[in-house]
Design a protein around this ligand. Structure first.
Ligand SMILES: C=CC1=C(C)c2cc3[nH]c(cc4nc(cc5[nH]c(cc1n2)c(C)c5CCC(=O)O)C(CCC(=O)O)=C4C)c(C)c3C=C
Ligand SMILES: [Fe+2]
Ligand SMILES: [Fe+2]
Length: 334
């Protein structure tokens, strides 16, 4: 790679998340879902079988429906997932800079903009020689974590000279991450009183991927267990559930919404819900949990539904990511 420009750090962190449409409308959703759902890490079906279903059915029906959902969470600055990721990147760069670690931190999205490849091109043009890829997925999953690596490798295929590179494959049991989650629950309880039921809702995955060896399910369970320990929660006050089912295959269970309804029917008047697998609030948390989940719980007879926001720009979250990055950068000239 080219020599770093004077005053420009030679090391960069790419803080990656899933990606989001450019606008809450059907054409933008069609582009985004077309890219996302064509990733063989996400839908593990042969292209000859899946592409006709995707192009012929899903991309005709889903974009308008999803766009209407996105419209309910869109902010004046844009999609929450992108806005939070941009903010996290800026704060992480500041946190590391204050500790004498001069690195550039840039946000990047696996699907849509700012694309991983485009951000790597920009960093290379700035003279960056070393890149740490930090996917903001605490639990390793082939569909998310490995797919982020695929995007890096695809960019790399077009480069003659690759940067020194490292990759964080997850941090589901990182003490700083667990502490940040536990503190966010404690702060919520200080404001609202302690809840007799905490539901930890993680994004779902096809059950088959677990059988095939993906550690995602077990890492979600481990995160929830560590969080419960940190909060001194007895097992009967915690549920681990999986949300956002997609397609006809069997997904990880128990599913979030039916669990919320069952809790209400069983006489639980209050639930608090947290989504520890999402590092930033997004459609899946703000619409599916905080709106649809709430409606389902109240319609089934529940009385109080509390959504505990993602860690977003919480200082303890930035500190946890900062320490994870520092560990991963160890030994590189800074
Ligand atoms: C946090 C981890 C995630 C895993 C694991 C994951 C797997 C996964 N997702 C789909 C299908 C969809 N997911 C959608 C949105 C979405 N998913 C994640 C995270 C994980 N997905 C996030 C952060 C988001 C929100 C993005 C945003 O813009 O806010 C969507 C799009 C929305 C919709 O149309 O419903 C789909 C579709 C599959 C199939 C899958 C694993 C196989
Ligand atoms: Fe998803
Ligand atoms: Fe969803």
């Amino acid at each position: 790679m080219t020599e770093p420009r004077s005053n420009t750090p030679g090391t960069a962190i790419l803080l990656c998340n899933l990606g989001t449409p450019d606008a809450p409308d059907a054409p933008a959703l069609r582009r985004y879902l077309g890219e996302f759902l064509s990733d063989p890490r996400v839908v593990e079906l042969p292209a000859w079988l899946w592409q006709p279903i995707l192009r012929g059915v899903i991309l005709n029906v889903r974009p308008a429906k999803s766009a209407a959902k996105y419209a309910t969470v869109w902010t004046p600055e844009g999609s929450p997932l992108l806005v939070w990721t941009q903010r996290q990147a800026a704060l992480l760069q500041g946190w590391l800079g204050e500790r004498g670690v001069p690195v550039l931190v840039r946000p990047a999205m696996r699907y849509g903009q700012p694309a991983i490849g485009a951000q790597l091109d920009a960093l290379r043009a700035e003279g960056v020689q070393r890149v740490l890829l930090l996917p903001a997925y605490p639990q390793y999953c082939g569909a998310t974590t490995a797919s982020t690596f695929d995007a890096f490798a695809a960019w790399g295929r077009a480069q003659r000279v690759l940067p020194d590179s490292r990759f964080v494959a997850g941090y589901h049991d990182d003490p700083g991450y667990i502490h940040a989650l536990a503190e966010s629950v404690r702060r919520h309880w200080q404001r609202e009183g302690r809840s007799p039921m905490l539901v930890t809702s993680f994004h779902g995955m096809p059950e088959r991927t677990r059988t095939l060896g993906d550690p995602y399910h077990d890492q979600c369970q481990a995160t929830a267990r560590l969080l419960a320990q940190a909060l001194e929660l007895p097992p009967e006050q915690l549920r681990v559930t999986f949300q956002s089912r997609f397609g006809k295959a069997k997904w990880l269970e128990p599913a979030t919404e039916p669990t919320l309804e069952a809790l209400a029917r069983d006489g639980h008047t209050r639930v608090d819900v947290i989504c520890p697998g999402f590092s930033a609030d997004c459609l899946e948390t703000l619409e599916e949990i905080a709106q649809e989940g709430r409606d389902a719980f109240l319609a089934a007879g529940g009385q109080q539904f509390h959504y505990i926001p993602c860690l977003n720009d919480e200082p303890l979250h930035i500190a946890a990511l900062g320490r994870i990055a520092q560990d991963a950068l160890a030994g590189w000239p800074l």
